[in-house]
Structures are given as structure tokens and as C-alpha cells.
Design a protein around this ligand. Sequence first.
Ligand code: UDX
Length: 420
Amino acid sequence: MGLVTGACFAELGHKVVCVDNDASKIRSLKQLKIPIYEPGLEELVKRNCRQRRLVFTTDIARAVKGSTAVFIAIGTPPKENGEADLTGIENVARSIARAMTSYRLIVEKSTVPVETGRWVERTIEINKRKGVTFDVASNPEFLREGQAIKDFMQPDRIVLGVGSKKAEKLLKEIYAGIKADILVTDIKSAELIKHASNSFLALKISFINAVAKICELAGADVERVAEGVGLDKRIGRSFLDAGIGFGGFCLPKDLEAFVNISRQLGYSFDLLKEVKRINEFQKEDFVKKIESNLWNIKDKTIAILGLAFKPDTDDMRFAPSIDIVNTLVRHGAHVRAYDPQAMTRAKKIFLSGVKFCSGPYEAARSSDCLIIITEWNEFKELDLKKLKKLLKQPLIIDGRNTYSPEALKSHGFKYVSIGR
Ligand code: UDX
């Protein structure tokens, strides 16, 4: 998020210094090596570095001295109890305060619990030099991995949580190059908008996954139901794709954090607890589907297509594939896996029982069934005849409803998908 934000601000014409305390990451970035797979990011970084609008450093003090606004894009990983770990934000706020020589606008971009703004403000107040003024603002980011640049440049809205006119004016100037609705709120409301948005998206996904289960039991088709429901403008069709549940570093973590924040504030957000329970159920139910179609999992060879938590990213954090593959391996299956981008990261997670293959057909070779976990485009156009020859039996279990059941049936496959 930090790198995308920095590169996009540079593209808008600002001079941007990106800071990280990971020296090896900064070294790679200086050599224009991008540490993550995000479509379009490499070209954007290269172009703006060449034009000297984007630079990288580990020296936070120098970066703060030369800047008007400082955006905090530190990760807020979950602690064991599900609360967000804010140690990184506190450390950075302290370093920023110590480096400030005149007015600075400090902007939280990380997803943080409501009231973090107040803590950042306090930390800066305690650690800054006498007489130096500052503002803290909250500017939550809604970008999605895989389409982060588009989401940044053409957002549905820009939320500015501010406590002063000066902060509002500065932030509006920074975003002047982007055409979007701007919503100005107080800081706490901006912080809550982010949690409420991500939790609502998670809720939509769990809702359609629960409906998918009812569709299976009733003999209906969840795709048609989602279409019919989504045509209602008040609901909308997006985020109604049934599947094996949501993963990634934001939705699961932010949902958990929102439940915790609510509890601390004195409200038990049971609705969101159920959203999480349904999400866990999706993965368990998917493994049951595999089991009921293979009879026994032990000693079966299973081809897995897709490991990343969604297409167009190499991110494996909280990917549904982790629980599903681990359960299959625990039950004694031999897994042959392929992902177009996430295999380097996946190799560090799946240490045994998984053979990483060079492509979808290599994974399918002599497997008892083919499982689709992530709906990468290249899995939507597989050569079905070839696949049928390579598999021991023509069985596809699809966690992302990538194919039409009729098409696969006509090719002689047994095809099992979600909610249809
Ligand atoms: C999310 C939010 O969308 C974004 O606004 C926020 O800034 C960061 O968190 P991201 O984590 O990149 O973005 O992924 P997203 O596209 O939201 O997908 C999250 C998960 O939900 C994925 O595992 C995806 O496969 C799943 N999903 C999404 C579904 O199962 N069904 C859907 O209809 C949509």
C-alpha cells in the first residue's frame, strides 16, 4: 500500500520519498526491483524514479525534514487476540515527531482502530520540539491488490478525516489530480469508515456463501440468484461471488479488529462474528466436497490450481488455499500445485506434501481430480480435452465457479462447484 501510494502520488506530480526500515527492501527498490507482484507497479515506479519524483531511503529523519505531509502506511498485523498491533505506528510517530523542524501534516493511511489518530497526536505532542506545530489526519485507503493503481487513481471516493481547515486544504491539494467524490469528516469517523467498509464487503461475501449453501440444498443456482439480487441498485452485483471464502491481509484481519474494537467500546458485534464463522465453514465444506467425490483422500493425488488469495497477486496472506491444502496433506493426499505468481511465497508455507508444478497441465498429470482455488484468467481457458487425458478421472472441483457446469458436462467431466 505504501509503495503504490508513493508511486501514484509521484505520478500526480508530487515529489515523494518512500521510507522503510528494511534496508534490503530499500536497496532492491533503488535498483528498481519491486518486492511484490502488482500489475503496472513496476513501470510506474521506474517512470517516476527516472523523472526524479520518487526516491527511496531508510533515513526517516531526512525524509520528514524535506516533506510537507507524511503518510503512515505501516502494517497493522493482528495480535493473537485479533486486535491490531500498533507498535509500528507508535514507533514511526515518535520518529516523525523527533525529526520535525516546522509544521507537518501527519496522515494515517494504515487501517487502524478508531482513536489511533488521538494516540498518534499524543505521541507526536510528547516527542516533538517545542513550538513546532502539526496536524494529524486520517485518510483511509481502499485499494485492492491486483488493481491497486486503478483503485488509487480512480477511486469511488476519497475520505479525509481532519481536525483543522489547514489539514483539509493540504490534503485536497495533494489529491487535486484525482477526480473523485471527496468526503470530509472528523478523524474518528474516517477511521470507522474503513473498518465498516471492509466488514460490509466481508458480510456481502459471507451472505452469498450462505445463500450458495441453501442453493445447493434446494437445487437452485447461486449465480442466477446473485444476478437477480444484484440487479437491485440498492444491493449491487459486486462482491456477491460465492466461493471458498475471503482471504488476504485486509478483510479477515479488519473484520476481527472491528469485532474487537466494538467489544472494547462496549458492543458485541455478533453479526460480524457470524460472518467469520461462515467464512471458516466455506473452507471446511469445500474439503468435504473433495472427500465425498474422491471417497478417500488418503493416498489420492490432487491437482490444485491457484494458491494466492485472489488472482493478479502473489499474496498468500490468509489465503484460503493454506487451510485447504494443509487439511488435504494432513489427510494423506499428494498435492500437485500450480500458481502463476505465488509459488515462491507458497514454498515457504507448504514445507512438505506439496509438489510445485510448472503449469496447470503438469499439475493435472496423473491426478485423481483437479481443484480450482484461485480464479486466475489462465485457468478459465484450459484445454479441456488435454486435461481429460492427463487426469486419472475427469473430475473438477471448482471453488470459484470458473466454468459453466453445462460446458464441463458436455466435455464428459464430473464438475462440482459452489452453490449450483
Ligand atoms: C480489500 C478491499 O476490497 C479493499 O477496499 C481494501 O483496501 C483492502 O482489502 P483486497 O484484500 O485486495 O481488498 O481483496 P478483495 O478484492 O476485496 O478480495 C478479498 C477476498 O474476498 C479475496 O479472497 C476474494 O477472492 C474474496 N471475494 C471477493 C469473494 O470470495 N467473493 C467476492 O465476490 C469478492
